[in-house]
Design a protein around this ligand. Structure first.
Ligand code: UDP
Ligand code: MN
Length: 242
């Protein structure tokens, strides 16, 4: 039997939101057995997002999880998408007993092959992410087929210098770790979450994507667009013109 894939996607209201989610939806529509958890950093769910989700025919839940004010008001780097992902973990704990989950930001690019790869995750799996950091790639390093370290342009004292799009987790494995969560610490979200999965060491990761020789996810970033013309969400997306 095919394990259900839970895709946890943080998103927030901005001119790029509908286009990002449209592209991502059209990727997920090619995948079997997915359940998309779309979680908005907002106090009210955006109606146009719900409409889009309904049109896809995908199994989904549209949830909200606003970033706490104290982080929102902070200058500099903010812990983006953290409340959303923790809300996703909470949903998984309450609603799923098996399967695999993956944190998939709304602006990344995913090869459909990735999803069959991460379905194999028995504990925690890891794999390369393209267009990531100044090195252009973040990946586990293998020597003689075995884990030998991480390649990443921003190690910064992290035990797990990996990108959010570079790992997946088995739902049963999460259930065995009731305290696992993501910290509100910009730059250290992945590291903090993976550390909270203890006992789990970098060498324990299940290495996917043909021994980490294939890039199946890219940390693409969409340029910011002028908000003024599109301030009203009525102007976003093909379903929203009336
Ligand atoms: N995000 C969010 N609230 C914010 C900023 C970002 O929920 O205030 C989401 C965003 O939609 C994305 C994830 O958090 O899915 C990571 O944000 P972003 O892509 O801006 O970060 P970066 O690519 O720079 O790591
Ligand atoms: Mn991004």
């Amino acid at each position: 039997s095919e394990e259900t894939l839970y895709i946890i996607t943080p998103t927030y209201r901005r001119p790029e939101q509908i286009p990002e989610l449209t592209r991502m939806a059209h990727t997920l529509m090619l995948i079997k057995n997915v359940h998309w958890l779309v979680i908005e950093d907002a106090t009210v769910a955006t109606k146009q997002v719900t409409k889009l989700l309904e049109r896809t025919g995908l199994k989904f839940d549209h949830l909200i999880a606003p970033m706490p004010e104290k982080y929102k008001l902070k200058k500099g780097a903010k812990p983006r998408g953290v409340s959303n992902r923790n809300r996703g973990l909470q949903w998984i704990r309450a609603n799923a007993t098996r399967g695999v989950f993956y944190f998939a930001d709304d602006d990344n690019t995913y090869d459909i092959e990735l999803f069959d790869e991460i379905r194999k995750t028995k504990t925690v799996s890891m794999f390369p992410v393209g267009l990531c950091t100044k090195f252009g790639l973040s990946s586990p390093i293998l020597k003689n087929g075995k884990f030998a370290g991480f390649y990443d342009g921003w190690v910064a004292g992290r035990k797990f210098p990996v990108d959010m799009a570079g790992f997946a987790v088995n739902v049963k494995f999460l259930h065995q770790r009731p305290n696992a969560s993501m910290p509100f610490r910009a730059g250290y979200e992945e590291d903090g979450f993976l550390k909270s999965l203890a006992p789990f060491e970098p060498r324990d990761a299940q290495l996917l994507a043909d021994n980490c020789t294939k890039v199946l996810a890219w940390h693409t970033q969409t340029k910011k667009n002028e908000p003024s013309a599109a301030l009203d969400m009525k102007l976003y997306g093909s379903t929203n013109l009336v």
